[in-house]
Design a binder for this molecule. Sequence first.
Ligand SMILES: Nc1ncnc2c1ncn2[C@@H]1O[C@H](COP(=O)(O)OP(=O)(O)OP(=O)(O)O)[C@@H](O)[C@H]1O
Length: 783
Amino acid sequence: MSISQPFSKELRVGSSLRRGEYLIQSILGQGGMGTVYLATHIALADPVALKRLPADNDLPESVAAELAALLQSDKVQLQGALTGQFPSSGGEYTDHFLREALFLARLQHHALPALYDYFLEDGYWYLVMDYIPGIPLNLYLSRHGPIDVLEALEYAMQLCEVLDYLHAQVPAIIFRDLKPANILILADGTLMLIDFGIARYFKDQQEHDSSDFGSPGYAPPEQYQGSGQTDARSDLYSLGIILHEMLTGVSPGERLFEELLPARHYRPALSPLVGALLRLMTRHEPSLRFQSALLLYQALTRIYRLEECRLYIQEVEAITQPFHPGEQASPVRFSSGADEQMHSPAEAVPSLEQRRRRRAQLQEAHRQRLEYQEQLFWVDEGLQSRSRLSLSQLALPRTADEQITIVPPIHSNFSRVVKISFLLALLLCSSMLILFVSARGLFSLSFYSSSQSTSTAHHDEEHRTFVWQAMPSLLQPQADTTAVYVMVKGRPYVYMGGGYRGRMTPAYSRTLYRYDIEAAHWESATSITFPGMVNNAATANGQQEIYFTAGYSSDSYKVSSLLYRYQPESDTLDKIVPPAEITFGFGSSILADQQGHLYLTQGFLHAGNGHELAGRSWYRYDLSTGVWHLLRPLPVGLGYLTLAMDGDNNILLLGGARDAGQQQQTNELYRYYPALNVWEHLEDQAPLPLSGAASCALDSTHLVLVGGYDTSSQKGRPQSWLFDRQTLFWSPLPVLPRGGSMLGAAACDGKGHLYLIQGAEDPIQPTQQFWEFIAPSASVPQR
Ligand SMILES: Nc1ncnc2c1ncn2[C@@H]1O[C@H](COP(=O)(O)OP(=O)(O)OP(=O)(O)O)[C@@H](O)[C@H]1O
């Protein structure tokens, strides 16, 4: 980065680029190589960051071709073709530009800005990427350092996760410039990594790096010694230095080979465990450090938990205010001023899916714009030939910073004809689309109604694919039930926790029932009398264990924070009593992941008041250790919501209601990232406000949601949907044949079969109805 910049012209705020496509809003930062601007994509009204570097040479054709392919394809699959080489343009700035562009375009990670586009204008290259509404970590530390141990450990875990992603690329990518100035921190505590300026691919056969620069103080000795090639362990060393700085508040300075003073020298209250971790991370000899980001991540996770307990015990001993370990790492303390740019946490981190869509939108907007400009040019030519005006008088603004408006309107009969023809064509296409969609809808509806009149026992393939099939009735009417699918001694069952029985005496059932799928009949599952549980939740953990929250007592209306484990194989029921600070009530939701964790929402803490608002607490219970965790709270307090795993081991939260009376229902969606302990508010929404819907995972991709409470009719909804957990698309399924479903429950076998206990249509009239729904691709059910 030693050569002086050949161009020095700065862009003024308010100037536009790419013929009015982007409007410069402010300068975000100036690095050694270029300037980064905050700009708005005018047509999409979206903020983007534009990184500008002098164009001191042409872009090699192979780079332009790869960027075109990467930026236009949704799924980047070119990794296999990578050799770890970058072609040289012959220009230092252009080389820097092309490396950063290729790295960003090849990578897709939520902690890295996505590259949307690039362009050349007035002798400069521009990278169009995600605007990250955060501040550099060095600035944050200068204001708030040293920071809390748990906060620092959480940041280190986030960085470890993104380093693991980079190191897992083939060939591995070594970032080589990990320092607080290259890390941006968002208002919700999410960290993002910027500046791939000196990152490189690791080369197996190479003994030395070709260049040895890095940032003094943060780069490991091997980056300067020239005695070896930097590798994954070099980035982990830099992370150790950053963790040391976060915990001590002391910057490493420009030291190259001196050892750091132990962190406990600056902060004696730090635990010996954390001191030892730092020593291990910052050892000069790479073979004595952590050998991979994954190993380090695991160590950080364990130390985080131990520190959490240690601090908890300290707090209890000091008998100060109640302590909430899960909330220690947040919120990030931003002061006013530079933080005004911060968006709310929900807006802060666009998901990869949102970024993909954004990139497509941006490119589509650019393509349409080019087409429009071409059209205008053509119109201009027509006008020119007729009126003999010079083209320059009609052309679009040529100096980038003169105009903000996109296109000057041209009023001519000709352009009107063009527009009208375009509109007519659009109208025709839309009508055809509507006809097509309605035809499909009619088909499925008529199909459904024809099957409705036939007997319930359909066995031909076609009928199985589209209908709700009536199944043997429950032993008694029941609503407010739970249901799970479990294999017991190799035999499939649907277990149902008894619920409200209407006018019968007693009104609440304490029985656990099960439906034997092979024998096609209902039976009482155990002689154990279950506690009365209303508005509770249940899940199975894949190990033939069923977990129930207790909801509230049917006798005393007392809200309970108990958890029960029932093991069908041994017919045993255990009570799990969480610590006092874990308070889940009724209307809460529970989900088991595949890694031995239960996740639980808090629900409502007082029964008998429809205005009661749901709590925001979010818990994890580790089945193997019996340890409870208070996690980052839900973005909004919600009860009666649906939880589901997405395809990437993250958790989706769908719908719910803020109040116990379910008047304040929502169709919002959120995603929880367990590795980061962060919630994201998704752009997508459910087709209707969903509260109290019965749901289960039909197969590895789809969730089915049925019914829920309809506030306007005060009845159960008859609708059901197939929800794709990866694309977040909703497809309507045939409505329930006999009324709606509320206070019902669904259980899936995960292979395309769903069993629905309908519950009630009217809240006070439970039904005995039991239905099956079979996905088109499912195998024939065992009966
Ligand atoms: N995507 C982004 N969103 C918001 N701000 C950004 C973004 N990218 C960069 N910045 C800001 O611009 C500054 C300079 O960016 P960057 O480090 O990428 O430039 P550089 O010229 O490569 O710097 P260096 O001299 O470290 O190589 C950063 O410190 C940061 O404050």
